[in-house]
Design a protein around this ligand. Structure first.
Ligand SMILES: Nc1nc2c(ncn2[C@@H]2O[C@H](COP(=O)(O)OP(=O)(O)O)[C@@H](O)[C@H]2O)c(=O)[nH]1
Ligand SMILES: [Mg+2]
Length: 352
C-alpha cells in the first residue's frame, strides 16, 4: 500500500516503543524473498482464521482492503476465510464483493436485503465464521490489516478476546474526545481496564463469539458482553488511519445511543439474574430517605409547627412512593428472572 507509507513513517516512534512484537515478524520471516515460503510463515496454534468484515456503502475501500488483508494473512501459516457482511448497501459494494469472491474461493459474503445495523452484521458473521480464531475489522481502511498477526499472537498467548486500541486516533476532534468520555464510563461501570471498547479491529476465540449475543447497537460493548460470559479480555495498541473514502455512517446520535446502551449493558450483564439487587437497593434507599424526612416533620408537628408550611413534606411522600415502586419493579423482575432460568446459559470450562 504505497500511499500508506508516509502515515506509517509518522508513527514509527511510538510503534517501536509499544510494538515489541514487530521483532517477532523479523525473527520468523527471514529474508524478504523467502517470506512466503512455508517454513518462514508465522505459526499459531489456530486451525483456521476467519476475518469478518461488516460493511455499509464502502465500495471504494473494498478492493484495497481485500489486498491488504490477503497480504497480511499470507504471512501466517494457517488456513483462512474472509467473510464480508454487506448490510443492505445501496452503492456498488455488493458488486465489488462479488467480483472479489469470484476469483478467490476463500472469500465469502452475506448480503442483507436491508440495513440492519453493524451489530446484526457482526452477530451473523460470528455465527457463520468457521475459524477457531476470528478477526473483525472495519471496512473503511481505518483499521490496518497489518495488525492481524499481532492480534493473533496476543490471542495465542491465552486470551479469549484481544481488542485493538487506537492509541493515536485519526478522527475528528469532537469524536476523539467524546469517545474518551464514553470509554471512561464504560471502564468505570464494567470494571474492564481497556482504553478503547469500540475499536472495529479485534480478535476472538470462536468460543467467545459463539457465546455472546450482539443485537441493537451493542457492538460497542462486545468486550463487556464477552467478559461477562467469563472470557478474558485484553488489548494491544493498533495503527489507525484517517477515513480515506466516503464518510462516517454514525451521526451525532451515536453519543446518545452509546450511553443508553451502556445502561442496557450494565443491567443485562450484571443484574438480569438478580434485578432485586438493583431495584431493591434503589427502592430501599429512596424509601429510607422518605421516612427520615417524614419522621422529622412529624416530630416538628408535635412541637407545634404546622405541616402546611413544610413543602419538604412533598419530597418525603415522593421518595416513599418512588421507593415502593422500585421495590415492586424489582420483585416483578425477580419473578421473570425466576421463570426464565436456563441451565444451558452457563459456560463450562472443563468437565470430566
Ligand atoms: N453492517 C453494517 N456495517 C456498518 C453500518 N454502519 C457502518 N458500518 C461499518 O462499520 C465500520 C465503521 O463505520 P464508520 O462509519 O467508519 O464509523 P466510525 O469509524 O466510528 O466513524 C465501517 O466498516 C462501516 O462500513 C451498518 O449499518 N451496518
Ligand atoms: Mg470508520
Amino acid at each position: 500500500m504505497s500511499e500508506e507509507t508516509p502515515k506509517g513513517n509518522d508513527q514509527q516512534k511510538p510503534r517501536r516503543k509499544y510494538y515489541p512484537r514487530n521483532r517477532y515478524y523479523k525473527k520468523k520471516s527471514g529474508n524478504r524473498e523467502q517470506q512466503n515460503t512455508h517454513q518462514n510463515k508465522i505459526n499459531f496454534s489456530f486451525k483456521k482464521i476467519s476475518v469478518v468484515i461488516p460493511l455499509f456503502n464502502e465500495e471504494e475501500s473494498l478492493n484495497p482492503l481485500y489486498i491488504e488483508i490477503k497480504k497480511s494473512l499470507n504471512l501466517i501459516n494457517c488456513d483462512y476465510e474472509i467473510l464480508f457482511i454487506d448490510d443492505g448497501s445501496t452503492d456498488n459494494s455488493l458488486k465489488t464483493i462479488k467480483g472479489i469472491q469470484q476469483n478467490d474461493n476463500r472469500v465469502h459474503f452475506i448480503s442483507f436485503k436491508k440495513n440492519y445495523g453493524k451489530s446484526a452484521a457482526l452477530q451473523l458473521g460470528f455465527k457463520t465464521a468457521k475459524g477457531d480464531a476470528i478477526i473483525t475489522m472495519d471496512s473503511d481502511l481505518q483499521d490496518d490489516p497489518a495488525e492481524i498477526p499481532n492480534l493473533l499472537k496476543k490471542l495465542d498467548d491465552g486470551f479469549d478476546l484481544v481488542s485493538g486500541w487506537k492509541k493515536q486516533r485519526h478522527d475528528p476532534f469532537i469524536k476523539k474526545h467524546t469517545s474518551k468520555l464514553f470509554n471512561y464510563f464504560t471502564r468505570l461501570f464494567s470494571g474492564i481496564k481497556i482504553h478503547d471498547f469500540n475499536c472495529g479491529l479485534k480478535a476472538y476465540r470462536a468460543e467467545a463469539v459463539k457465546n455472546i449475543n450482539v443485537y441493537g447497537e451493542l457492538h460497542r460493548y462486545v468486550p463487556v458482553l464477552a467478559n461477562w460470559e467469563g472470557f478474558s479480555v485484553t488489548e494491544i495498541p493498533v495503527k489507525h488511519h484517517a477515513r480515506r473514502y466516503g464518510k462516517t455512517k454514525f451521526g451525532i446520535s451515536r453519543f446518545f445511543k452509546g450511553f443508553v446502551d451502556l445502561i442496557t449493558v450494565v443491567f443485562t450483564t450484571r443484574y438480569i439474574k438478580r434485578p432485586m439487587h438493583l431495584f431493591g437497593f434503589l427502592g430501599a434507599l429512596s424509601f429510607m430517605f422518605g421516612v427520615i424526612v417524614n419522621v422529622y416533620l412529624t416530630y416538628e408537628w408535635f412541637r407545634g409547627i404546622p405541616l402546611k408550611d413544610r413543602p419538604i413534606l412533598l419530597l418525603g411522600i415522593l421518595l416513599i412512593i418512588v421507593g415502593v415502586q422500585f421495590f415492586a419493579v424489582g420483585l416483578l423482575g425477580e419473578l421473570i428472572a425466576h421463570n426464565f432460568q436456563n441451565d444451558n446459559e452457563y459456560n463450562v470450562k472443563e468437565k470430566r
